[in-house]
Design a protein around this ligand. Structure first.
Ligand code: GYE
Length: 367
């Protein structure tokens, strides 16, 4: 199979795109796994993903007038990350920029999301963007979109479907995020015991599966670590609080690490620990690891309440728009674009895996 790779640094900084030549059926089958490698060796690679431009052009829809219609089947409104992501799409896919955006909040309901995509197909929109709630169950509706000649971009999360059923993928490497969290914990504990509770994201969501897989991989290398329990908090603050309350009932006095799959779950977990008189953060008894690194999550990190916060960048719409513009122009486009993440730790912590929080970093975090 023909494959070419190219790394592109976008002006928005912190966003690195790894570009894989289009046309193969399986090149984007495991984007999270292969994208970092693509970024690493990109400099050595021939930067010319253009061979299949003609194929790509054939996939581009005829422009419907001047306005490009885009349907975005959004996961829901479960977290601050999601709110920032929705806002970002509304800003980028604005009428001013030449788009008509139909953004459907699918309220974390698979059936609603499938129906939203089917409605986009019926309406014959020019492009469909899906942030898939779950990895499974996409083949039929993606085939329907393909039969209707509507290009589909999978964004944010991953799906299990064959990559030939969609045109491009844009998102973050959540498995790497989990590995970073694990590596940081190993460095911080330096051989000390860990008794770990994990508040996972939504069941079946690639963001939860990836973070668990990455963290578990590191945990498996540490016989001094024990994962006491893991339960889904559904990426929400209420979910995080409920799960933490039940964890406290079962494991009070037995745990010293709580891993939360996003900031909102961490807020809920902190509320539950406050109510139970359990101390956490750099001066407390329990180490807290979170993901997303939203503004408020980083505020808690700066305050020393969250020890380590692994970023997941929700600002992805410009990358999706770039893919759409290239399709629109019949140019070669990126089949797989990885939005890069970094990690942050509380003041007083030095890490090879994460940046120590400062007021300046917080001031620069808009979402
Ligand atoms: O971490 C969480 C959101 O899919 C990466 O979904 C995203 C996750 C994010 O609800 O806050």
């Amino acid at each position: 199979m023909l494959r070419k790779k190219l790394a592109v640094l976008l002006a928005t900084a912190m966003v690195a795109a790894s570009i894989v030549g289009c046309g193969g059926a399986d090149q984007a089958a495991a984007p999270a796994e292969e994208a970092p490698a693509a970024a690493d060796d990109a400099a050595a690679d021939d930067a010319a993903p253009a061979e299949d431009a003609a194929d790509d052009a054939a996939e581009a829809p005829a422009a419907s007038g001047d306005v490009i219609t885009v349907g975005y089947a959004q996961v829901g409104h479960e977290s601050d990350w999601r709110t920032a992501n929705t806002q970002n799409y509304q800003d980028v896919f604005s009428a001013e920029n030449g788009y008509e955006l139909s953004l459907i909040d699918c309220d974390n309901d698979n059936a609603v999301q499938l129906e939203a995509v089917r409605n986009f197909i019926t309406q014959q929109l020019d492009y469909i963007v899906i942030a898939p709630i779950e990895t499974a169950g996409w083949d039929t509706v993606l085939q329907e979109a393909q039969d209707a000649g509507i290009p589909v971009i999978i964004a944010d999360r991953e799906i299990d479907a064959d990559a030939s059923l969609y045109d491009a993928w844009v998102g973050t490497n959540t498995k790497n995020e989990g590995v970073t969290a694990g590596n940081w914990l190993a460095e911080y504990l330096d051989g000390k015991e860990a008794n770990i509770l994990i508040i996972e994201g939504s069941v079946g969501a690639s963001a939860a599966l990836g973070r668990s897989e990455g963290f578990d991989e590191v945990a498996a290398q540490h016989s001094e670590w024990k994962i006491l329990d893991h339960q889904s908090g559904d990426f929400t603050q209420d979910g995080g609080q409920e799960v933490m309350e039940s964890f406290i009932k079962s494991y009070e006095g037995q745990f010293n690490v709580v891993v939360c799959h996003n900031d909102n779950e961490a807020y809920g977990a902190m509320d539950a620990m406050d109510a139970a008189g359990i101390t956490y953060g750099v001066d407390g008894d329990v180490i807290i690891i979170s993901f997303d690194a939203t503004h408020d999550g980083l505020q808690y990190t700066l305050d020393g309440k969250i020890n380590c916060n692994v970023e997941c960048n929700p600002i992805q719409a410009a990358v999706v728009a770039e893919v759409i513009q290239k399709m629109q122009n019949g140019e070669s486009f990126e089949a797989t674009t990885l939005v890069n993440d970094e990690a942050f730790v509380a003041p007083g912590i030095e890490s090879q895996y994460a940046t120590t929080m400062t007021e300046e970093i917080l001031a620069g975090r808009a979402y």
